[in-house]
Design a protein. Structure first.
Length: 439
């Protein structure tokens, strides 16, 4: 008989972030002025802003598990200020205008993270030194020079790095071509950032964990009634920050869908391993190829490896996670051959939310029910900003940024059911195969 897999799905970031505040489960029937559903970056930002704008209103924030420990405590910690333009994305005037409109949101999102880290004094290894997009196989980095030129023309610092420059910066010889992008792009410890937001929530916000919204129904006069396992919440207004879980509550079905990612974090490097990489400064590496690996050398001298992206709407089982960890070991071995096989300390999975046209959700879905989410893998900064903006929109405040977000094309239609499962699984498996040299 095979031994049962013993791997625990445990975010290394969360495990290393220290003790979280705990909040009681909600039971009974209550009424509130405001209900925020989902305690990730979006929900935390929305609740904070509501408390600032309407300090005397009742504000309830619920999460089906622990605040800040879903994807917000499981991501790779890239706070995106500047998206890399796609090849040819800026050639047509209409595409260029769209890129620049989105660029304003990204820039503001990165700045919002920096503002909160600074004003709240959150110790999360925030590092605004930018990060690198790189490939092993040159042919896979399409339009590298064009992208560098366009970024620099638009006032973002960007620099092409050859194999020698990459080796000097990273301490490893795996990559051949790269593009460093500054302009506010930052790295941080995501769970510590989320925990800092929770620790500093305005005191009038009533937080409840292990409180799952099972059903959301619009009220006749606006707002929503949410059914819980043991009770209900009747809210005059609701803000939904559920990201990949929106469709489970019947919201944005056929528009957005979850993608399962897995990641591993090693133990800290030993002095001998530090010598192998020349004691280089912390860095973050993304791959410009869909399906390629994300890698980081963290401030506490661990290696983060993420090289899977799959359509598994029911999540990643322990057996699947065991296999994904073997893929992470392989990716580590390609880059850090001196690391022993048992260097990984934590492995975990998480859901990000995607749409076919890379658009996000930012809207009043029915009278008094607002939603923000679906950041296509870049929700650390965007969720933090759009959570704030959706709260402002919900109370009737306007801003250029909110109008920009409202005017954005909505997520386009995707089929649901077995046909979508088939297409999505095939597409993502194809991307992983195409990016094999970059694992
Ligand atoms: C492995 C991984 C790596 C990633 N890397 C990056 C990165 O480097 N940079 C980046 O910008 N983004 C990254 N992302 C994406 C990023 O984590 C998300 O975009 C971000 O967390 C979205 O924040 P959110 O608050 O909208 O949603 P979430 O963080 O998903 O929060 C939603 C919350 O809702 C709760 N919830 C769900 N259903 C219910 C319910 N029915 N009732 C009550 N509560 C409910 C969940 O428990 C969760 O806490 C990554 C994601 C993953 C999984």
């Amino acid at each position: 008989m095979n031994a049962a897999p013993s791997i625990a799905d445990r975010s290394g970031w969360v495990a290393l972030a220290g003790t979280y505040r705990a909040f009681p489960q909600l039971g009974g029937d209550i009424r509130t002025d405001w209900l925020v559903i989902g305690g990730g970056f979006t929900g935390l930002a929305a609740a904070r802003r509501l408390a600032e704008l309407h300090p005397n209103d009742r504000i309830v924030l619920i999460d089906r598990r622990r605040l800040g420990q879903g994807a917000s405590g499981r991501n790779s910690g890239f706070a995106v200020s500047v998206e890399m333009p796609g090849p040819g994305e800026l050639e047509k005037p209409a595409d260029r205008a769209a890129y620049l409109a989105h660029a304003a949101i990204h820039k503001a999102a990165g700045a919002e993270v920096k503002r909160l880290v600074t004003e709240l004094g959150i110790a999360c290894d925030y590092d605004a030194g930018g990060y690198i997009f790189a490939v092993r196989e040159r042919a896979k980095f399409k339009a590298l020079e064009e992208r560098a030129r366009v970024l620099n023309d638009n006032g973002t610092q960007a620099k092409i790095l050859d194999a020698d420059a990459l080796k000097a910066r990273l301490g490893i010889a795996f990559y051949s071509h790269g593009l460093w992008i500054g302009g506010g792009n930052a790295l941080l410890q995501p769970a510590r950032f989320a925990k800092g937001l929770i620790d500093n929530l305005p005191p009038q916000i009533e937080c409840h964990e292990n409180t799952e919204a099972l059903k959301i129904a619009p009220n006749a006069g606006g707002g929503a009634t949410v059914t819980l396992a043991q009770g209900s919440i009747k809210a005059a207004h609701a803000i939904v920050g559920l990201n990949a879980f929106m469709p489970r509550l019947g919201l944005k079905q056929g528009r957005v869908f979850p993608i399962s990612l897995t990641a591993s974090l090693t133990r800290p490097l030993t002095p001998a391993e530090e010598e192998e990489i020349g004691k280089v400064a912390p860095w973050g590496m993304l791959c410009p190829v869909e399906g390629g690996a994300t890698v980081r050398l963290t401030a506490d001298r661990r290696i983060l490896m993420r090289n899977t992206a799959e359509y598994e709407p029911d999540g990643i089982s322990a057996q699947m996670l065991e296999k994904r960890r073997a893929w992470h070991e392989m990716g580590l071995n390609h880059r850090f051959p001196f690391l022993p096989k048992d260097a990984i300390e934590f492995t975990w999975s998480g859901h990000m939310c995607a749409s076919r046209n890379w658009s996000f959700v930012f809207e009043e879905v029915s009278p008094g029910i607002f939603a923000a989410g679906c950041y296509n893998g870049a929700g650390l900064a965007r969720g933090t900003l759009l959570g704030r903006l959706i709260a402002e929109h919900a109370v009737g405040e306007t801003s250029l940024l909110a109008e920009n977000a409202l005017a954005r094309e909505k997520p386009s239609w995707v089929p649901t059911g077995p046909l979508f499962t088939l297409i999505a699984k095939m597409r993502l498996a194809h991307e992983l195969r195409q990016a094999r040299s970059e694992h």
